[in-house]
Design a protein around this ligand. Sequence first.
Ligand code: F3S
Length: 755
Amino acid sequence: MAFDIDMIKKVYANMTERLDAARSIVGKPLTLSEKILYSHLWDGKPTKAFSRGKDYVDFAPDRVACQDATAQMALLQFMQAGKPKVAVPTTVHCDHLIQAKSGAEIDLKHANNTSSEVFNFLESVSNKYGIGFWKPGAGIIHQVVLENYAFPGGMMIGTDSHTVNAGGLGMVAIGVGGADAVDVMAGMAWELKFPKLIGVRLTGKLSGWTAPKDVILKVAEILTVKGGTGAIVEYFGPGALSMSCTGKGTICNMGAEIGATTSTFGYDDSMERYLRATDREDVADEANKIKDYLTADAEVYANPEQYFDQVIDINLSELGPLLNGPFTPDLSTAVGSDMTDKAKSNDWPIKVEWGLIGSCTNSSYEDLSRASSIAQQALDKGLKTKAEFGINPGSEQVRYTAERDGILDVFEKLDAKIFTNACGPCIGQWARYSDPKNAPKNSIVHSFNRNFAKRADGNPNTHAFVASPEITAAIAIAGRLDFNPMKDTLINENGEEVMLDEPTGWELPPKGFDVKENGYLEPVADGSGVEISVNPTSERLQLLTPFTPIGESITGAKLLIKAFGKCTTDHISMAGPWLRFRGHLDNIANNTLIGAVNAFNKKTNFVKNQLTGEYGGVPDTQREYKKNGIWSVVVGDHNYGEGSSREHAAMQPRHLGVAAVIVKSFARIHETNLKKQGMLGLTFANEADYDLIQEDDTFNFLDLNEFAPEKQLNVEVVHADGSKDVIALNHTYNDAQIEWYKEGSALNLIKKQNA
Ligand code: F3S
């Protein structure tokens, strides 16, 4: 079952039925985002208008997608829910656990050996509960979803923050933690704060070296990594119509890097072309019947300032290629501007050692074909590439077609490594060094989305820059960060000066897509007889035991760590080598917060144990507190938990005995994940109170017994000298979420309701 056309017909019937009601209730024309949201209400026909950024709303998503790293914990949780089958179409995609090292064939074999226990577990759970299973090597979740499942006007959730990629095909697709996915898989409503809306009006037309990637790199520069928080970004205008569907996917994909809830585009010809090229004529036909419902009302795009909370204008004709980084995706430098000076003054290595093309952001047929047009010129013009090339095709369908059409051959002639159709270096699954911690300072360029320290290769000294696939290819050939392909010449092997011509490529394969074995396994119709076994001595998988409620009285809690500056989910629960423990809560808890910087000594994984006065690693210190029956508190800065949707970043501290996380502000998904696991996720009412927290502090919560929506909580902070501060804390818990806290977790509540 590649997709369920009857389900899509039902979604479209709902849209036509519900949107007239929504329009009259809202009292104005609707954006596309509102159309999708109002047609997916859990309660059916809209009966009230929701306040953006304020009201929590129950939705009924059409699909769920999980990747292998997060699926383990999601499915372990789903198994606890007591359901015989998933309630909505769900797929699992094996893409994160495959290391890039020697090339696709060897690496895939190696992954199948080293992670067979996990893959077998995911396959058998999928088979049992009616979940579609995409085997290792089938492709990266978001490319596979775009090729097979995404459809205009649909709503989906996925246990990966780049689920948003499906906005390229006109969906509202949102990255969530596994606990949210479990709700939907169990047939329950999925709750989201009704998002604010940011409109991005695209005028002009992309040309030359500029690609869709540059649009989102520009948006990231404008909005920064926090600017999209709590909002759906809706792109529109003539510039949007001129872009390919996969290009739109790239733009939506990196909406995760600006913290946006999701991003989307209205249905257009490029989407229809993509649907037909990917064997979904019937979806295109259905979408064509209700075209007007699959984009905003005309008045909205004519006067966007009246309908969006914020409007950004980008003229594609004036946009040039960008290089964003290092260490953060919103730090832009225009290609051909001041990179030489910037690199010098910031001490960024100007020499580029690798150019990596792939990831869910940029691994489509179009991406590979445009990048290969640059690579071909290196061959034709006698250039020797200065950096090494690594390629991860997005899916087996893309890989097979690109191989058939000679695209991969071009890269191979340049000695590129063609890695598995998987995440690979994008998630630290890259065996670049034997000892990454002591590896040398260097720069790399890639077409991925994230470039936090250590993300690609575990080396804190790797300066990763994000660019389009074509700019990545050009910079890899030149081997310099400050190479400007629009102006600079290169010296070829004959000593001649040559220039690279502008990239060319195909939006879709001229001879159509093809694939021999796409890697999909359909679940059996009746999975009741399928056995799932988890070895109790396994170090990779561990069945879950329910969390006990933290309760209404937290006194004597110790400060575990006061995190300084950026604290992403990678800092809280690192990826890379730790991915192997994603299905084993106790083992993966040994990486809890080891990447967070201690505000008192600016070191990572080095905190004071208040019981002994000695310094040690965060997990060890926390286990000491737990052994002694002492709760602890984590304090953090702004946008705490930005990055991925992994609920491990909440489950691990919960498992180890952290009761509360108190920060200046949260990233949305992480805040929800803390709530789902029955913990306290709180924010300083007065940000400056962050400065009051000292290393030896003890926390007494004063009024948890009065925990209620929109009511501040107060905590007494006792310092080492006996002095005290009472700090007011804000929270966003509604009644239902307070129930999760009281029951110990959202899952405990589901189980209770199913009993
Ligand atoms: Fe995979 Fe990187 Fe995307 S980890 S899902 S390719 S962001």
